[in-house]
Design a protein around this ligand. Structure first.
Ligand code: UGA
Length: 234
């Protein structure tokens, strides 16, 4: 985490500030929570009823615990101050207009593949993630805001890949000659992640519509166009 103190402050003080505002103006408030609240999960896939497995003093705790406190704050303000709350637990999301240098796996691998640089896998690459396309997330958030539920709801695509398979998939979609190399693993990196989206289906009548491959193709096109634009400028 680039700035752990700011990360905790944003998630805690920021959420309190917004909840205070929501109470004053009687607004319904959405918390963009995260699959990270499940930590390194011992239950797979992860349903909303799972309480999680987070290291309170690890490098990710500023984010994970920050979001967990944010969820607690939402529930406390609902109970005590009658604020209308909605909690989305968002799983890894990608798509056009994401930041090219955000350091996360989708942007890293696409950029590396397009530029013919080595594709960097942290650790052995056996860890898994499930990636959803941004349009599906937006539809899920709108459905959640229009629903009556104040329970947390997972919003994600259950299509699960190991990071090694994901690297190969991107390499093939780009038609890249990049080498795939292994770097040291990241501390407390969750070994597996896949949303159980039964609750979203039941309460929101929502499920993802765009396959990961189709989403990746659109994202690769976007990155390609951005790189060409950058080249033209220089
Ligand atoms: O969407 C989520 O739920 C969360 O996902 C991410 O956390 P993470 O799943 O670790 O996402 P990435 O940083 O993209 O990493 C995914 C996996 O790819 C690996 N990775 C990442 C980048 C890279 O160059 N190489 C690589 O192997 C990581 O070690 C990890 O196992 C974000 O950091 C959180 O903001 C977000 O809440």
């Amino acid at each position: 985490m680039y700035n752990p103190v700011k990360t905790i402050k944003t998630n805690t003080v920021g959420t309190v500030n917004m909840l205070g505002l929501a109470r004053r103006v009687k607004a319904r408030m959405l918390l963009a929570s995260t699959s990270e609240i499940y930590g390194d999960p011992e239950i797979h896939p992860q349903p909303e009823t799972y309480w999680g497995h987070v290291n309170t003093i690890g490098p990710r705790s500023c984010y994970d615990e920050g979001k967990r406190v944010a969820e607690s704050l939402m529930v406390a303000y609902q109970k005590q101050e009658k604020v209308q709350i909605r909690i989305a637990r968002i799983f890894n999301t990608f798509g056009p207009r994401m930041h090219m240098n955000d350091g996360r796996v989708v942007s890293n691998f696409i950029l590396q593949a397009l530029q013919g640089k080595p594709i960097t896998i942290y650790g052995k690459g056996a860890q898994t993630r499930s990636f959803q396309y941004v349009d599906d997330l937006v539809d899920g958030l709108i459905a959640l805001m229009n629903s009556n539920t104040s329970l947390p709801v997972n919003i994600g695509n259950p299509e699960e890949y190991t990071i090694t398979d994901f690297a190969n998939l991107i390499k093939n979609l780009v038609g890249s000659k990049s080498k795939i190399i292994n770097h040291p693993s990241q501390e407390d990196d969750p070994k597996q992640r896949r949303p159980d989206i039964t609750r979203a289906a039941e309460l929101l009548n929502w499920k993802p519509k765009i396959s990961m491959k189709d989403g990746l193709k659109k994202t690769i096109e976007y990155f390609q166009a951005e790189l060409e634009q950058e080249k033209a400028k220089s």
